[in-house]
Design a protein around this ligand. Sequence first.
Ligand SMILES: NC(=O)C1=CN([C@@H]2O[C@H](COP(=O)(O)OP(=O)(O)OC[C@H]3O[C@@H](n4cnc5c(N)ncnc54)[C@H](OP(=O)(O)O)[C@@H]3O)[C@@H](O)[C@H]2O)C=CC1
Ligand SMILES: CC(=O)N[C@@H](CCC(=O)OP(=O)(O)O)C(=O)O
Length: 302
Amino acid sequence: MAHKVFIDGEAGTTGLQIRDRLVGRDDIELIQIDPARRKDADARRDAFASADVAILCLPDAAAKEAVALAEGLPVRFIDASTAHRVDPNWVFGFAELTPNAREAIAGAKLVSNPGCYSTGAISLLAPLVRLGLIAPGEALSINAVSGYTGGGKELIGEYERGEAPPAFVYALGQKHKHLPEIMKYAGLTARPVFAPSVGNFAQGMAVQIPLHLEGRGNIGDLRKALAEHYAGQQFVTVVDAPARIVPTAVNDTNRLEISVHGDDAIGCAVLVAVLDNLGKGASGAAVQNLNIMLGADEAAGL
Ligand SMILES: NC(=O)C1=CN([C@@H]2O[C@H](COP(=O)(O)OP(=O)(O)OC[C@H]3O[C@@H](n4cnc5c(N)ncnc54)[C@H](OP(=O)(O)O)[C@@H]3O)[C@@H](O)[C@H]2O)C=CC1
Ligand SMILES: CC(=O)N[C@@H](CCC(=O)OP(=O)(O)O)C(=O)O
């Protein structure tokens, strides 16, 4: 029998992309509500009551409200918003992060989907912190560039109407919503300095972490540590360092590509992760988590 899945926020940027990845699958039946009632609490509660899994593609407040509406129902949740990512009652849905992550996701009722920048930053930091190549209290910085779909419907509208600048740097006040989850799942005790930016392209993302090599070996050691951590993973791979980092390089896939750059003699390195903010950074990861929760082929629809 097909699993019943309800995408709450189906008409939004993330919701639409999840829907595209699920339509046509014969193991999944999508539950839909009348678009005119998409914010109606009764209609949404009925949908939660019929669903095996609900995927929340909503602003944080609406995601919290959705969980409250479904109180007492057996429905399982995948939340694409930031609302529950550091909540200890929720399993962080990053399958490649630890050896037992898949088992935890498979058995969970509540799964939070990592943020897009967080996916890139955590993928680079967590294995190296665990191996002691980066100290938890180290002063780190994270630089990133995202396509404008990361800003949801509002920012997309600005770009599509030609009202937005070719690129901008933002959130330099150091309160970006991804910092708590980056710290928690990378295992950091010191808050990194984060400088994200947006460019005039729809999808794609590059996350960069500059490091001094002193005390942690050479570029090859860092690359080897990351390659060993992600050995055998289908969606997260360590690749040879390209001369140019192209944020759109893995668009429309669920892949995340890691590369390690720098120079041993100079003593400086840059760790880089490239992903599609709407792929492994959102909708692709949500579908991967759904597949794991349902016991389906992890790559189905991806
Ligand atoms: N875009 C991205 O790259 C990523 C986004 N996310 C997260 O996913 C979530 C959705 O983001 P995104 O798709 O970009 O946002 P969008 O603004 O594109 O879409 C949000 C959708 O939710 C609907 N909605 C808003 N409030 C309610 C409500 N109370 N009940 C039901 N539906 C509601 C909106 O409807 P309406 O338009 O009518 O208001 C809209 O269709 C956010 O939490 C975001 O942080 C996560 C990772 C990456
Ligand atoms: C370009 C842009 O605005 N990006 C968003 C992050 C993308 C997103 O929606 O983040 P979540 O994964 O946490 O939902 C931001 O910086 O707030």
